[in-house]
Design a protein around this ligand. Structure first.
Ligand code: FE2
Length: 429
C-alpha cells in the first residue's frame, strides 16, 4: 500500500500519462502504470506534475513592506536602497516575522517550497537576522529557507559592516553575501570579494553575492569573484547574483570572462523582473535592459537559475511569489522563445535553482523527496505561458495546498460551454 499515487501525470521531461507512487515520503516508483492501491490517489490526467519551484534569490526581510515609510518615487535601485535605510531603524522583529510568514503562505500556494533569502546585516541590532532565523525554523515543515548574510550598505562602506556580517554568521546564517559594486571604490569592491571568499573558505560556507548590479560596462567584480573562487577552492559553491553589467560589457572582454566563470563553476542568478525594472535608468534611447547574457552563459555550461528577488518592497511594487512569472519575463528579456529555449527556462526555475541551492533529493526520480506541484497546464511551455492554477502542492507525499481548476463558463450562443485554458488552448497537431 502506497501513501499516494498520482495517476496519468505529464512530466517536464515529456513523458505523458505516467503514474507516480510515494512511500515513506519518497518517490517509490514512476511507471507507465502502477497496479497498486494507495491511501490517497490524485487523477492528474492532462496535467503537468513538476517538482516544486525554487527561488534562489529573494529578500524575505523586505517583502510586503511596500509604502513603509513611503513609496519609491524615482523607482530606481539607489532610491530603493536609501528608502530601505529609512525603514530599517523602524523595523521590529514581530513585524518582520509576520510579513515573512505571510509571504511564505503565498509561496506555498504558488508551489514555491525552496527559497534562498538575503538578510540585511547592516543594522548592528541585527533584528532582521533574528527574525529570519525564527522564520526559517517556523516554516521548516513546508519550506526550505536558506539565509545569506547580506551587507546591503556595503561590507566596508557601512560603519561596522565587517563586524555585523561576521556576527550574523555566528548567529547561524547559512551563506556569505556581498555587494562589491556598492562599495566606495572599485578597489574596495575587489577587496570585499576577496575578504568574503576567505570567510566562506574558513567557515566552510557557500557564497552568494549581489555582483555588478549596475549598467557600468567596466564593473569587474564577477571577474574577481570567479578568480577568488578558484583561488580558495570554492568551485561550485559560489553564486553571482544579478550580473547586469555583463549586458553592457565589451564582447571581447566577455569572451575571456565567461570561460573563467565556467572554470570557477559560478552559479549565475539573474533576476529578470527586477533587472528589467531597475537597470538602464540612466539611459535615454536606445535604452539598455540590463539582463545578463543568459543564452551565452547557458551555452558555456554555466548553471543559470532565476530569482524573484523582490515582492512589494522598496525596490519592486509588483510580484506574486510566482516563479512562472519570473520565467515568463525571462523568456522575453533573454529573447528565448524557441521550444528548447522554454524548456531551459523551466529548468532555470526548478532543477537549476535546486542545484544553485545545493538541494538534496530534489527532482522527479525514484528515491527523491515526494515533493510536487500539479498545474492546470499540460506541459512546461504551457505553464510558462499561462502561469496557471497550482491544483495541488505536495510536500513529502502530503497535500499542503490545493486549488480548484479555473474553468470559465461561457454564456455565448453556439460556443463551447466552458473554457479550461490549461486544456482547451494547447496547440493541436
Ligand atoms: Fe537582491
Amino acid at each position: 500500500m502506497f501513501e499516494l499515487i498520482i495517476r496519468k501525470a505529464n512530466l517536464p521531461d515529456g513523458r505523458i500519462g505516467v503514474d507516480i507512487a510515494v512511500k515513506d515520503k519518497k518517490i517509490a516508483a514512476i511507471e507507465p502504470q502502477i497496479n497498486a492501491a494507495a491511501e490517497t490517489e490524485i487523477d492528474a490526467t492532462g496535467r503537468l506534475v513538476a517538482p516544486p519551484f525554487v527561488d534562489p534569490h529573494f529578500h524575505m526581510d523586505a517583502t510586503l513592506s511596500l509604502g513603509l515609510p513611503r513609496l519609491n518615487v524615482s523607482g530606481t535601485l539607489l532610491e530603493g536602497i536609501s528608502l530601505w535605510g529609512e525603514l530599517r531603524p523602524l523595523l521590529t522583529k514581530e513585524a518582520l516575522v509576520e510579513r515573512a510568514l505571510r509571504y511564505c503562505d503565498l509561496a506555498v500556494s504558488q508551489g514555491l517550497l525552496f527559497i534562498r533569502s538575503h538578510v540585511d546585516t547592516s543594522d548592528p541590532r541585527l533584528v532582521t537576522v533574528e527574525a529570519m532565523i525564527e522564520v526559517r525554523e517556523k516554516v521548516k515543515p513546508y519550506i526550505d529557507l536558506q539565509l545569506v548574510a547580506f551587507p546591503q550598505d556595503g561590507y566596508y562602506r557601512a560603519e561596522g559592516g565587517v563586524e555585523s556580517l561576521n556576527h550574523a554568521l555566528d548567529m547561524g546564517l547559512d551563506i556569505v553575501g556581498g555587494i562589491p559594486h556598492f562599495e566606495r571604490t572599485m578597489e574596495d569592491g575587489r577587496a570585499s570579494v576577496e575578504a568574503l571568499c576567505r570567510i566562506a573558505a574558513d567557515r566552510g560556507l557557500p557564497v552568494d553575492m549581489h555582483c555588478d548590479e549596475t549598467d557600468d560596462p567596466m564593473s569587474r567584480h564577477i571577474e574577481t569573484l570567479a578568480a577568488q573562487t578558484v583561488r580558495f577552492g570554492l568551485q561550485g559553491r559560489v553564486a553571482g547574483s544579478h550580473l547586469t553589467s555583463m549586458h553592457s560589457m565589451d564582447n571581447y572582454y566577455v569572451s575571456k570572462l565567461i570561460p573563467l566563470m565556467a572554470e570557477a563553476q559560478i552559479n549565475v542568478i539573474p533576476n529578470p523582473l527586477i533587472n528589467i525594472m531597475l537597470q538602464g535608468r540612466h539611459d535615454t534611447y536606445p535604452k539598455r535592459r540590463g539582463m545578463t547574457r543568459v543564452r551565452e552563459l547557458m551555452d558555456a555550461g554555466l548553471n543559470v537559475s532565476f530569482g524573484h528577488d523582490c515582492v512589494m518592497d522598496p525596490w519592486y511594487s509588483m510580484g506574486s511569489g510566482d516563479m512562472l512569472e519570473v520565467g515568463h519575463m525571462a523568456i522575453h528579456v533573454a529573447q528565448m522563445a524557441g521550444i528548447a529555449d522554454k524548456g531551459r527556462i523551466f529548468d532555470a526555475i526548478t532543477v537549476n535553482s535546486a542545484k544553485t541551492m545545493g538541494l538534496k533529493d530534489y527532482g522527479l526520480a525514484k528515491g527523491c523527496n515526494a515533493d510536487f506541484v500539479i498545474l492546470q497546464a499540460a506541459d512546461p511551455i504551457e505553464a510558462l505561458r499561462l502561469k496557471p492554477t497550482r491544483l495541488y502542492v505536495i510536500r513529502r507525499g502530503k497535500v499542503i495546498a490545493q486549488s480548484k481548476p479555473r474553468i470559465t463558463e461561457l454564456l455565448l450562443d453556439g460556443r463551447p460551454a466552458t473554457v479550461d485554458s490549461g486544456r482547451d488552448f494547447v496547440p493541436r497537431t
